[in-house]
Structure formats: structure tokens, C-alpha cells
Design a protein around this ligand. Sequence first.
Ligand code: ZN
Length: 282
Amino acid sequence: MKAICIHEHGGLEKLIYEDVPVPDVGPNDVLVEVKATSINHLDLWVRQGLPGVKFPLPMIPGVDAAGIVADAGSEVRHVKRGDRVVVAQGISCGHCRQCLSGQDNLCKDYRLIGEHRDGGDAQFIAVPSRNILALPEKVSFESAAATALVFLTAWQMLVDRANVRPGEDVLIHGVGSGVGSAGLQVAKILGARVLVTTSSETKAAKARELGADEIINSRSQNVLSETRRLTDKRGVDVVFDHIGAAVWEDSIKALAKGGRLVTCGATSGYEAKTDLRYVFYK
Ligand SMILES: [Zn+2]
């Protein structure tokens, strides 16, 4: 089959389009003929490499994949050849305390396809059958591939960690990103009033379309003072961040008393200053 492979880390030239064997399908595995994948920031980290992180090179990147079942192992019952499916990328042991309590993302063996094992940037991908989700006819392969990881992340942050309640104010940084636009939609489902930041007018219009209540232009406006103004100086109940260093200090200051900050990334840098007075007073 054809696949994109990374043999060593670096720029775009390190993505090699080549022939590789179709993966083996174990009795509990499903082989998916990939129809769509998406690009996550994680895909860039995997390609570029990260200090102190070892990736299993050579590997096929691609954290998201949607497609059609091409083959299923002898023990697989819930899907059959020809079914439209999307791949859930988290793979865990399935029997430890965390897995059995529904917190499989905290399993010590938790792995992502496209990060710790071959991903979806290939004609075929084989994954355990429990990672295969049925895809309704009305959802395109492209939408499904653009949905899985970012909505999983946003849901974990806003539902499981921040416990957003109806009527709360949520500030979403960088709403134009995949996880940011997912966060906006999840926060709206939960009944929150959602403030978002973006530096682009195009992304602002898209955010408005997806239900953003207030839009702050992070280039021309001061995010902290706008947040305070829009909340009558109260601050927001939840800050949703994936930008890191560039917004960290102001994010903590932008929180209301009892507020929560959830983070899933640090694209602007991972060393940030925390004034602990804001943490314990709030
Ligand atoms: Zn486990």
C-alpha cells in the first residue's frame, strides 16, 4: 500500500511517500481503508520531533482517520466489511484501574495512533476493534476525520475536568484552531456563554457562525481587559487554553473566583510564570 512515512524528524521533506506492507489484522483488529485524515498540531510535533520524546521511527503519522472497513478479525462482531467508520485514536490496556473506571486516558499504557504507533496517513490502518466507531451516512469522511481527536480533547477538558455548568462564562483561546473550534461547540452545548480570541477576521466570522457570544481580537485588543469588561470585572469561570506561555499569566488573571483553567497544549512555549497569589486567592 501507499503511505506517508517519517524515517527521521525534520521539515516537510521528511514526509516520504512510499510503498509499505498492508498491516496485519489480528483476531480482534479491524483493517480500515482510509478515505480521509486530518492534520492536528500533534502531527507537526511528531514530524519535527520533540526534545526528550522518543517516537517509534520509522512510522506512519496521522492521528485521525475515517474510512471503510476492509477486513475484520475473526473475533470482531460489531462491524463488517464495507461499513463506514471513524477511528478513535486512544489505545489503552483495557484492564487496569483507570481503564475500568472509564478513565482510559490515564492508563499508563495509553497510546495514540499516529504518535506511538502507525497512524492514518496511509491507504490502510489496522486498529483494535474497540477503537472502531460506526459513522452515520450523513457525516462525511472528511468531517469525521476532522472531528475525533479535537472533540475528544475538548470534551475531556470542558466536561470531565472543568465541569462547565449552564450559564457559566468560558474563554476559549485561539478559537480558529481545531481544538479551539471544538471547545467552542462543546461549551455551547453545555449552555455556557462563550468568549473567544482570534487574530483573524475570517476565523472570527467562522467562530460567530459556530455560536461564539463574544469575540476578542487578540491582535488589536487586550484580551485580559476585554475579558474583564465583558464580564463586568468578574472574570470568566473557565479558561480553555492550548497556547501556553504567551497567554498563561493573563489567563490566570482573567479567572473569576472559583474559576478553572484547563490546558492541552503550549504551542507558544511551555515555560510560563504563575503568580500563586492569583491561584490561592481565587
Ligand atoms: Zn489501562
